[in-house]
Design a protein around this ligand. Sequence first.
Ligand SMILES: [Zn+2]
Length: 352
Amino acid sequence: MKSRQVRSGAILGVVAALAASSVFAQQAPVKRDFDAEIRTAIESAKTASGFEFLGTLVRTCLLPQSGGEDTRDVVPGYVTNPASAPARATWYAEPAKVFDNLYFVGGQVHSAWALTTSDGIILIDTIFPYNSEELIVGGMQKVGLDPKNIKYVLISHAHADHIGGAEMLQSRYGARVVMGGPDWDQVAKYPNRYKTMAPKRDMVATDGMKVTLGNTTVTIWLTPGHTPGTVSYTFTVLDRGRPVNVAYSGGTAFNFVNNTPDPGIRNFQTYIDSQRHLAERAAAVGATVLLANHSEFDNAVNKNKMLAGRGNGPHPYEIGADWVQRYFQVTQGCARAAQLRLEQKLAEGAGR
Ligand SMILES: [Zn+2]
């Protein structure tokens, strides 16, 4: 009786050991809790956003993303038939003098900026072909600037909402055009897509490149991700004579192949690395203003309206260095969450 108990006890022990080892075998490699990691990334973006960057948070964490690469080369409908362009009421916004030497000449959704210098004007981004004439040329005239003085046109990236007026501004005013190399290549590759928008290939942006006109310098930073050639900027403006440093983010949404682990995971890493790069450059110059090329990301149109009632109060665009950094925490947190979803997809696919 006693020996049988011992034996059965020993057998139970072996069974337990086997069960434990098989559980162990199943668990190694340790299973990642992707859902928890995704929640943490989104939570970090939400916390960073506060109310200041809700538009950025919604676009990069919540709204469905464009998926694959657009390889079509078709003339946009609004170029073929200008009457089909969106109604003016959906895009018109008043121009505004935002700083002593920086003017908003964009629309309700997409922005363009005129930086005035002692030797002419640097124009940043050019909106669509159908509204650049009224918003940029007309807007500049409305605030007392002569578009003939545009010497440089800086294009953050080659999407129609930013490059749309570049061909017209280059050919009409002889402005030099600066854009990222891969985006110059895109323009050459898709002649129909860029019909009426394509400037002749001119200056290729490099990281740390300085575009100086008179007393003013814009420093260009390569921030690939949104497009392979997306660039961003840092520069100094004056608020009632006081220098204020600006970080200009050239591309925010995930407009790259992001629906498959390969190349999606890598593309998100490129984007995240660029956000870190610009965040570091912004911190290095002490940027207290974050500008973008969509009002959805920097609230430009609303802030332009606040300027009128500013009085002796703070400048509505000057959010401080900490909040500038928070913008990059939002974009990085949301990009990381989307990247994690692809890592999860990859892990689950490999487990089958
Ligand atoms: Zn874009």
